[in-house]
Write a protein that binds this ligand. Structure first.
Ligand SMILES: Cc1cc2nc3c(=O)[nH]c(=O)nc-3n(C[C@H](O)[C@H](O)[C@H](O)COP(=O)(O)O)c2cc1C
Length: 386
């Protein structure tokens, strides 16, 4: 796995959305049900709209697989669109504030914003989630787990229980809103219902945690190699995400240095460890061996049933932005996309660190890196440059 990279293709109302992943090692027994489960999780979530009732996402593997095992060749994933009507789709000349419509119409020189919407739409995130579910399987094989959960919707703040990731995952999967705070779920449902009844929409925030991430992913050597920057971009490039925090995030700006930075100590066993994790597992653009903790904020859905002030691009007359059937709140779905994006970004960073062609080689290399790190932390082999 010299490098891992991926792209998506496809339009919202075309035949489907695709992801092509390059650099998945040979010999991964791909669990297709896991990918479908991730797709189903993206479709669920209280507050989603009619489009999700039309779609029932399932992945088809078009390349890179033989008898259920990856071949090391490009892996192509297809998620078909049931709502396929790109050539018959209505003209969209009243751009919706908060969408790509207006900027895209200017950029691509069209008065039909549907041309822009087809690709800018969050339907594309189905492909990211499918790709992320593959990345998560590779990471899981080397002991790295990623989980996202919702921690606020509109005005309702939710608790993120301090539980092992597996226990947290069980709560999140059982939750209607992708959260770990069952006690406040009814309040969130009421807030979403109230927004729907008022013909309005809601945003919110979600947390992404990764455990088992070894130190040294990312690099301080060039700005674009820094893991913090890459993870921030991975979350910010999700449709509707407007802010990202790492560790203490914005709150760090209010702390004194003595309160903020995570002390390095020797624990009971004499090994080096940290007593807090305000850094969110990243220092100097590299993972530091602690859990990665990220948080993202999503703006409210810009498609409002009552519409927002706009202009008809054909006539120049004031108009109400066109309304497309829409979610009231997509934060639970966006959190699933966030989990996928973090998994994909961590796999990219891991592939830079470890060169291998097969899963067996990957596991061997990661285990050997982990034992070197353990020796270092136990002050047994402080130098392992070779
Ligand atoms: C999973 C997901 C589902 C979304 N569903 C909708 C939707 O149903 N209606 C809508 O107007 N926006 C929806 N959005 C948000 C828009 O895609 C987003 O606000 C728009 O692309 C502009 O965001 P940007 O300015 O960050 O690009 C969704 C976003 C995500 C991540």
């Amino acid at each position: 796995m010299a490098t891992f990279s991926w792209i998506t293709a496809g339009e919202s109302h075309g035949p489907g959305v695709l992801a092509v992943l390059e650099g998945v090692p040979k010999g991964l027994a791909l669990n297709v049900q896991d990918i479908d489960a991730a797709l189903a999780r993206r479709q669920r979530g209280y507050g989603r709209g009619k489009r999700m009732q039309i779609e029932s996402d399932r992945v088809s593997i078009l390349s890179g697989l033989k008898q259920g095992q990856t071949l090391g060749s490009p892996l192509t994933l297809l998620v078909k669109n049931n709502d396929e009507r790109i050539d018959q789709y209505r003209t969209l000349t009243r751009p919706r504030p908060g969408h790509a419509d207006f900027a895209g119409a200017l950029k691509y020189g069209t008065r039909d914003c549907a041309d822009v919407m087809e690709r800018a739409s969050a339907r594309e995130t189905a492909a990211r989630v499918a790709a992320g579910a593959v990345a998560a399987q590779v990471l899981r094989a080397v002991g790295i787990e990623v989980l996202a959960l919702v921690d606020s919707i509109g005005p309702v703040a939710l608790d993120v229980p301090r539980l092992p990731l597996s226990a947290l995952r069980a709560l999140v999967l059982a939750s209607e809103i992708g959260a770990g705070d069952a006690a406040r779920e009814a309040e969130v449902v009421r807030a979403i219902d109230a927004a729907r009844n008022a013909h309005d929409t809601l945003g919110g925030t979600f947390v992404v945690r990764a455990t088992g991430c070894m130190a040294g992913l990312g690099s301080p050597m060039q700005w674009r190699e820094r893991l913090d920057g890459r993870l921030a971009q991975a979350l910010l490039c999700i449709q509707g995400i407007k802010a990202v925090e790492i560790g203490a995030g914005f709150a760090a700006a209010t702390l004194r240095g003595s309160q903020c930075h995570d002390p390095i100590v020797r624990d009971e066993s004499g090994a080096l460890s940290r007593t807090s994790n305000n850094a969110g597992g990243i220092e100097g653009g590299m993972s530091n061996g602690m859990d990665l903790v990220l948080r993202a904020a999503m703006k409210p859905i810009p498609s409002l049933p009552s519409g927002l002030p706009s202009v008809d691009l054909l006539t120049g007359a004031p108009a109400i932005g066109v309304y497309e059937r829409s979610d009231v709140c997509s934060v639970p779905a966006a959190s699933v996309v966030g989990e996928a994006m973090v998994a994909l970004t961590l796999l990219e960073a891991l592939a830079e660190r470890v060169t291998c062609a097969t899963m067996a080689e990957l596991i061997f290399e990661v285990n050997s890196m982990r034992s070197k790190h353990l020796g270092f932390l136990a002050l047994q082999n402080p130098v392992f440059g070779d």
